[in-house]
Design a binder for this molecule. Structure first.
Ligand code: ADP
Ligand code: TPW
Length: 615
C-alpha cells in the first residue's frame, strides 16, 4: 500500500473485504457493475500487498494523498455515487469530512474557509445535479475572489460524450468553465497529484477564485504501482507567490497622494484576504488618511478607530478628491466610481490590486499599483513619510459629520419599540459583539444586511462574512459552518427570515457537528416585510409574504439544538449571552415588526420602474 505523507492509515488485510464494501454488497440484492468493480479494486489494492507482488494504490488514495500533501485537512461535501468511498477514505485517513444536506452550502462553507485561510476550501459533490448544486457556490466564490476547489465525481466519459444517457450524465467540465477561474479534468491516476496541484495554484495565485476539478468515476478505481503513486505526490511550492509592485508605480501613487487635498483610503475584502493587517494599520496610521472599510473589510482595523469614516460614508465619498482603493473593486457596491455618490469633484484614484485587468474597469485610474496587498502596502510605507498629512479642515469636517451621524444613530438605537424593529434588535447584537470581539458574524437579508452592516461594529479582521459581491441570499448556514469549523470560535448568523430559508436545513448539520453557531432569524413575516396584500383578494398571499408568526426556533429543537423566541431586546440579549456561554447550536427567533422593512433594503432604486407608467 502507498506510503502516506502524513496521517493515520486504514490497513486492509490481504484476505479481508473492507467493512464498508462488505456492507455495500450485503445491502444490495443486486449490486451494480460499478459496485463490483470497486470491491474488486479495493480487494486487489490490499491483496497485492502480499509478498512478491507489486503493491498497488488507486485513484481514491491518490486524491486524498495529494490533498493531504498540501496541508488540506477538511472536505465539505455531500456523498453519493461515485464519491462516497472517497469521503469515507478521507475520514479514515485523518481528514475532517463535514457532510451537508445540500451541496450549495458545502460549497459556501469551502469558499469561506478559503477566504479565511488563504488555502483553497474543498467541496466534494456527486455528478450532474450535485455538481450543479455546488456550481452556484463555485461561481459565487469566483465572483468574490475566494479560493475554493469544487471536486465533483463524473459519469463514464465515453457515455457522456456520446450522450448515451448515463446515470447523472453531464458534461460538467464545460458547464463549469464560465463560472470558474479554471477547470480541469484528471483522467489518469498518475496525473492526480499534478491535477490537484494545478487546481490549488489556480485557486490561490493572483486573484483568488473558484476552480473546478472533474474526477471521472473510473479514475477513482484506477490502480497504479504504489511506488509510482508515491513518487507522483508533491507539495506545491509557493502557490501564491508574492507580487512586488514596480517601483515607478509606487512612486506614481505617492505623487498622487502628495497632491491630494482630501484623501481617502478604501479597504476592500481583498485587503482583508491578504492578511497584511499590520502593514495596513501602519499605512493608515502613518498617513493619517481617513478610511472606509467595505463590509467584509470591517474589523481589519477596529470600526471604532478614530480614522474610520464609516459614519460619514456619503460625505467622504462625495467630498474626497483622491481615493486609494486597497483590494476593492469599483463595482456596483461603490456606484462604479461615478455619479451622484461620488459628488461633483473630479476624483483621482489610486488602485492597489493583484489583477491588472481590474484597472480602468469603470473609471480611469490615475495610479494603478499592481501586486499583492502586503507587498504594495509595504512599498508605499517606505515612502509614506514624504506625503503631507491630510489637512485639519478635511479631518475636522469628517469628524463633525461622524459625530453628528453617530449621535443620530444612538438616538434611534436607544428606542425600544414593541414589537422590536431592526435597530433595537441590532443594538443588542452590537453590544454582544463588543463584549465578545472574537465572535464571527455571518450576515444576509435585505434590511437585516444593510442595518447590521452599519450598526454592528467589528473589531478583528476576517470576522464578517456576508452576501458580498453578488448580494446573494443563501450563504448563511454554509458560511457559518465554514467559519465555525475553521476558526473554532462562535458564530452569530444575523439572518433575514427569507435569507435564512435558503439554507435552513443545514441546522441539522450544525447540530450533527455540535457547532457553536447562534442563528438569529429577523422574523418580520416575509421578504423585506410581511405586510403586502394580494390585490385580487384571492386566497394566495402576496409574493413577499410568509406564514405569519412562524417559530424558526422550533426547527432547531427538532434536531436537538436550543431554540429561543425573543420578543424584546432583553430577551434577545439573555438568549445570546446564554448561547455564547453554552456554545450549543442555537436558533433565536427574533420577532421583528412586520412593517419595519423597506423594499430591497437600501437597493430600492435597483428595482426597474416602468417608464410607461412613470409620471
Ligand atoms: P469589496 O467587495 O470588499 O469592495 P472586492 O471583492 O470588490 O472587494 O475586491 C477585491 C479585490 O481585491 C479584487 O479586485 C481582487 O483582485 C483583489 N485582491 C484579492 N486578493 C488580493 C491580494 N492578495 N492582493 C491584492 N489584491 C487582491
Ligand atoms: C439567490 C433576492 C434579495 S434580499 C432577499 C431576497 C429574496 C430577502 C430579503 O428578505 P429577508 O430580509 O431575508 O427576510 P429583510 O431583512 O429585508 O426582511 N435569490 C438569491 N439572491 C437574492 N439576492 C435574491 C433571491 C433577494
Amino acid at each position: 500500500m502507498l506510503i502516506q505523507p502524513c496521517g493515520p492509515k486504514i490497513r486492509l488485510s490481504s484476505t479481508e473485504t473492507p467493512p464498508f464494501f462488505k456492507e455495500l454488497m450485503l445491502n444490495k440484492t443486486n449490486p451494480t457493475e460499478r459496485d463490483k468493480a470497486m470491491l474488486t479494486a479495493t480487494v486487489e489494492h490490499s491483496a497485492n500487498t502480499t509478498a512478491g507482488e507489486t503493491p498497488l494504490t488507486d485513484g481514491f488514495h491518490l486524491v486524498i494523498d495529494a490533498l493531504k500533501a498540501n496541508d488540506i485537512d477538511t472536505i465539505f461535501g455531500l456523498v453519493g455515487i461515485p464519491i462516497t468511498d472517497l469521503a469515507r477514505l478521507a475520514q479514515a485517513e485523518g481528514m475532517r469530512f463535514i457532510g451537508f444536506r445540500h451541496e450549495q452550502h458545502a460549497g459556501n462553507a469551502a469558499a469561506i474557509a478559503g477566504y479565511m485561510t488563504q488555502k483553497p476550501g474543498i467541496c466534494l459533490t456527486v455528478s450532474a445535479p450535485g455538481f450543479l448544486n455546488g456550481l452556484t457556490a463555485l461561481a459565487n466564490a469566483t465572483t468574490n475572489c475566494f479560493p475554493m476547489i469544487l471536486i465533483s465525481g463524473s459519469s463514464e466519459r465515453e457515455i457522456v460524450d456520446l450522450q448515451q444517457g448515463d446515470y447523472e450524465e453531464m458534461d460538467q467540465l464545460n458547464a463549469a468553465k464560465p463560472y470558474a477561474k479554471a477547470s480541469y479534468r484528471i483522467n489518469k491516476a498518475e496525473d492526480i497529484a499534478i491535477g490537484v496541484a494545478r487546481a490549488i495554484r489556480a485557486a490561490v495565485s493572483g486573484r483568488p477564485g473558484g476552480v473546478y476539478l472533474d474526477l471521472p468515476a473510473q479514475l477513482l478505481g484506477q490502480s497504479i504501482p504504489a511506488l509510482k503513486g508515491k513518487e507522483s505526490l508533491f507539495r506545491v511550492i509557493d502557490a501564491a507567490p508574492k507580487q512586488i509592485p514596480a517601483a515607478d508605480t509606487v512612486m506614481r501613487a505617492i505623487d498622487v497622494l502628495k497632491s491630494a487635498k482630501r484623501p481617502l483610503i478604501l479597504l476592500g475584502k481583498g485587503a482583508a484576504y491578504a492578511q497584511a493587517d499590520q502593514e495596513i494599520k501602519d499605512l493608515v496610521e502613518k498617513s493619517g488618511i481617513p478610511y472606509l472599510p467595505m463590509s467584509m473589510a470591517k474589523g481589519l482595523l477596529p470600526d471604532t478607530h478614530p480614522q474610520c469614516a464609516s459614519a460619514a460614508r456619503s460625505f467622504v465619498l462625495s467630498e474626497a478628491d483622491t481615493v486609494m482603493l486597497i483590494g476593492a473593486r469599483l463595482n456596483w457596491l461603490l456606484a462604479h466610481g461615478k455619479g451622484k455618490t461620488w459628488g461633483n469633484h473630479l476624483k483621482k484614484f489610486i488602485q492597489i490590486d493583484i489583477a491588472p485587468t481590474e484597472i480602468d474597469s469603470n473609471v480611469p485610474i490615475a495610479a494603478p499599483v499592481i501586486g499583492d496587498v502586503g507587498s504594495c502596502v509595504n512599498e508605499l510605507l517606505k515612502q509614506i513619510a514624504s506625503v503631507p498629512k491630510p489637512s485639519p479642515e478635511w479631518l475636522s469636517a469628517i469628524k463633525e459629520k461622524t459625530d453628528k451621524n453617530i449621535a443620530k444613530m444612538e438616538e434611534t438605537l436607544s428606542k425600544n419599540p414593541s414589537p422590536m424593529n431592526f435597530h433595537s434588535a441590532l443594538r443588542v447584537i452590537r453590544d454582544v459583539v463588543k463584549a465578545n470581539p472574537e465572535v464571527n458574524i455571518v450576515n444576509e437579508g435585505a434590511n437585516t444586511l444593510d442595518y447590521a452592516r452599519s450598526i454592528v461594529n467589528m473589531y478583528k479582521p476576517r470576522k464578517r462574512f456576508d452576501s458580498g459581491t453578488w448580494g446573494i441570499m443563501g450563504i448563511g448556514m454554509g458560511y457559518a459552518i465554514g467559519a465555525a469549523v475553521v476558526s473554532k470560535q462562535p458564530v452569530i448568523a444575523i439572518e433575514g427570515d427569507s435569507a435564512f430559508g435558503f439554507s435552513g436545513m443545514e441546522l441539522e448539520t450544525i447540530c450533527r457537528y455540535n457547532l457553536p453557531i447562534i442563528t438569529v432569524v429577523f422574523n418580520n413575516n416575509g421578504v423585506y416585510r410581511g405586510t403586502d396584500v394580494n390585490p385580487t383578494g384571492g386566497p394566495d398571499v402576496a409574493p413577499t409574504v410568509f406564514v405569519k408568526n412562524a417559530r424558526y426556533d422550533k426547527m432547531m429543537e427538532a434536531f436537538g439544538g436550543v431554540g429561543f423566541n425573543a420578543t424584546t431586546p432583553q430577551e434577545l440579549m439573555d438568549a445570546l449571552n446564554q448561547s455564547l456561554t453554552s456554545g450549543k447550536p442555537t436558533v433565536i427567533n427574533a420577532v421583528i415588526d412586520e412593517t419595519a422593512g423597506t423594499e430591497s433594503g437600501r437597493l430600492t432604486n435597483l428595482n426597474p420602474a416602468s417608464t410607461a407608467t412613470k409620471k
